[in-house]
Design a binder for this molecule. Structure first.
Ligand code: PLP
Length: 430
């Protein structure tokens, strides 16, 4: 596949943009390649500036559950755009999307829209701290919550402890407000609550961790977090930025049977435009400005184009759409498993409905970050490159998951499976 133009434009881009990109994972560093410059995208396909057509399993990292350029979503945005691109004032589209969000997240009495997942989690954390009048957070190793200062913290040692900053530029005093635990380790969380129970504002978790592989948690673990929070008057924050609206049977909270106090959303609710949201029961949400003292605002919050894209995306997500996604996922799982089996299982496919991840190695899929083998990236970089050569695009990192959309079909899957078989043969993994 010829990528001369992409390579050339990348040399130009690095003169103007940091590393040529506006979000680091796009740089293809962990798969040792150059980024591909997109020209246009439609349905399951993207066309790069060299004219190559690729089947896309990244789908803008999750938002595009109906694929690229869905005509009805484009139509809804276009129609709204003719009335103005931003109001900085209330409009009906906000009410419409809020109702749809509440319909799925029953614990929310009120919703606040923002413009990204990061902003949603960041604001949920401030609200939890303001509501409880406490500073400390508990977060889990292997969960990503956007580039929020107090959540860009990881454990140096793997023990339940105060963490270390995952980036320079985060003040030590901020890091010192975050306690970090391994996933699936309830004793560690109990220990932290014993030591600091009266100071913990909130436990923040992706109930379905999906940013460091797809680490499906045991329901008992999530249930126990709920009881610990209740016993200590701390809040439970579910970050459903990826999992929200991905599943037929509702939110991940519905699936695991655990109701959080605050949920943060993003990705699918914007249908490809910048939207984040958070919501909770009135008692908590009424602490938020203009009703309460906790301040949070946004010039483009509730943007009319973004609300329209979100509302149309959710409208299109009827039972039929979810069934289609799950059936296609099952089809993919069956075919991919057979191919991996044939090659001696260099990886395992982990799947939940339309989300999938290639868990490296022949072991049981990981549910904690430290169970992922440290050479995962090397293995994956080869497969990623080979698949790309054959016209199939997975995320450029072993730790990122794949996304099916309603625009994918069995032909795309069969082509992908054949390319995977071919790639593994080429790499001589058997
Ligand atoms: C993507 C993501 C975020 C950050 O959202 P942005 O829109 O990239 O700021 C936060 N939490 C989770 C779970 C995510 O997947």
């Amino acid at each position: 596949m010829d990528r001369t133009k992409s390579d050339t434009m990348h040399r130009v881009a690095v003169e103007h943009l940091v590393g040529g990109v506006n979000s680091p994972v796009r740089a293809f560093k962990s798969v040792h390649g150059n980024p591909i410059y997109f020209d246009k995208a439609s349905g399951a396909h993207v066309t790069d500036i060299d004219g190559n057509v690729l089947v896309d399993f990244v789908q803008s990292w999750g938002p595009l559950i109906h694929g690229h350029s869905h005509p009805e979503i484009i139509g809804a945005v276009h129609e709204k755009m003719l009335n103005g691109t931003s109001f900085g004032a209330p409009h009906l589209g906000e009410i419409e999307l809020a109702k749809k969000v509440k319909n799925r997240f029953k614990h929310m009495d009120k919703v606040r829209f923002v413009s990204s997942g990061t902003e949603a989690v960041m604001s949920a954390v401030r609200l939890a701290r303001g509501y409880t009048n406490r500073d400390l957070l508990i977060k889990f190793e292997g969960c990503y919550h956007g580039h929020v200062d107090s959540l860009m913290v990881s454990s140096g040692s793997g023990l339940a402890t105060f963490g270390i900053a995952s980036s320079p530029g985060i003040p030590n005093d901020t890091v010192a407000t975050t306690l970090i635990c391994p996933l699936d380790d309830i004793e560690a969380v109990e220990f932290l609550f014993r030591e600091h129970g009266q100071e913990i504002a909130a436990v923040v978790i992706e109930p379905l961790p999906a940013n460091n592989g797809l680490l499906i948690q045991r329901n008992e673990f999530l249930t126990r977090l709920r009881t610990l929070c209740d016993e200590h008057n701390s809040l439970l924050i579910f970050d459903e930025v990826i999992s929200g609206f991905r599943f037929k049977h509702g939110s991940y909270s519905d699936i695991c049977g655990v109701t959080p106090d605050i949920t943060a959303l993003g990705k699918v609710i914007g249908g490809g435009l910048p939207v984040g949201a958070y919501g909770a029961r009135d008692e908590i949400m009424h602490k938020l400005s203009p009703l309460g003292p906790v301040y949070q605002a946004g010039t483009l919050s509730g943007n009319p184009l973004a609300m329209a894209a979100g509302a149309k995306t959710l409208d299109l997500l009827d039972e039929g759409a979810y069934d289609y996604l799950d059936n296609l996922g099952a089809f993919m799982e069956e075919k991919v498993r057979a191919v991996l089996e044939k090659h001696g299982n260099p990886m395992r496919l982990v799947r939940m409905e339309s989300l999938f991840w290639f868990s490296p190695g022949n072991l049981d899929p990981a549910i904690r970050a430290d169970q992922i083998p440290s050479d995962a990236g090397e293995l994956y970089a080869d497969v990623h490159r080979e698949l790309l050569e054959r016209g199939y695009m997975l995320a450029p990192s072993a730790y990122e998951i794949g996304f099916l959309s309603t625009s994918h079909n069995e032909t795309h899957i069969l082509g992908f499976v054949e390319a995977l078989d071919d790639s593994l043969t080429h790499l001589d993994w058997s």
